[in-house]
Write a new protein. Structure first.
Length: 219
């Protein structure tokens, strides 16, 4: 073997030994490093859970449709819950408005809520006397009011709205667990206001069957 080959072999051996020393040193550093960990449970009571319920309620009613003080109901069946309105069967053109004040509350322990009101027409059911006359419906006017709330400093006062205008009508927001009321007043246009559109007695014996729906959304 030539001297050059001997020298080259010696160099390679030294290089391998050097690499092995570095690898051993790196392994020693890795295994000797300090270790630590921090464990955090997200949310003091988890995420979601029993306290994260969201619910809008209205005042509970008895068999006559009268509100029962201090009691609440879901009224979430699309069929609706009958609400008594004094004088509902005695409305005539130009008579004093009839009205009902509906208790509402945000039955959520944590979520604030928006609140809107929509009037809709119940399906006609002639067999049970449920028929809405189009002319009568167009002659109705509605006032909607709601006092200020903790999230809405200005009372709601909408007046002389048509049936179509009471659609997703924005009311005051409700804070979590907050209660309030919404008053709906209803009147039938006088003959003077209706003009020639509906002659005398044209609306006699007619009526409208309506449903009020409160919608909320967590905010």
């Amino acid at each position: 073997m030539s001297n050059e080959a001997v020298v080259d072999k010696a160099r390679r051996r030294k290089a391998l030994l050097a690499w092995g020393s570095l690898a051993a040193a790196a392994a020693l550093i890795t295994t000797a490093a300090f270790t630590d960990a921090a464990h955090l449970n997200l949310g003091t009571n988890g995420i979601g859970g029993a306290d994260s319920t969201y619910n809008i309620q209205v005042g509970a009613t008895d068999a006559q449709g009268e509100f029962v003080a201090g009691q609440w109901q879901e009224a979430d069946d699309p069929a609706g819950v009958p609400i008594a309105i004094d004088g509902a069967q005695a409305v005539f053109p130009g008579s004093d408005p009839i009205s009902v004040t509906i208790p509402v509350r945000n039955d959520s322990p944590v979520y604030d809520s928006s609140l809107t009101l929509t009037l809709s027409q119940l399906p006609d059911d002639a067999a049970n006397g449920v028929v809405t006359d189009a002319n009568y419906l167009s002659s109705l006017r509605f006032d909607v009011s709601m006092p200020a709330t903790s999230l809405g400093a200005t009372p709601v006062a909408q007046t002389d709205l048509t049936f179509a205008e009471v659609s997703a009508l924005v009311l005051n927001d409700l804070a979590a667990d907050e209660e309030s009321t919404v008053t709906i007043a209803i009147r039938l246009l006088s003959q003077t206001e209706s003009g020639a559109a509906f002659p005398d007695n044209d609306l006699s014996g007619k009526g409208a069957f309506l449903q009020a729906t409160f919608d909320g959304e967590s905010v």
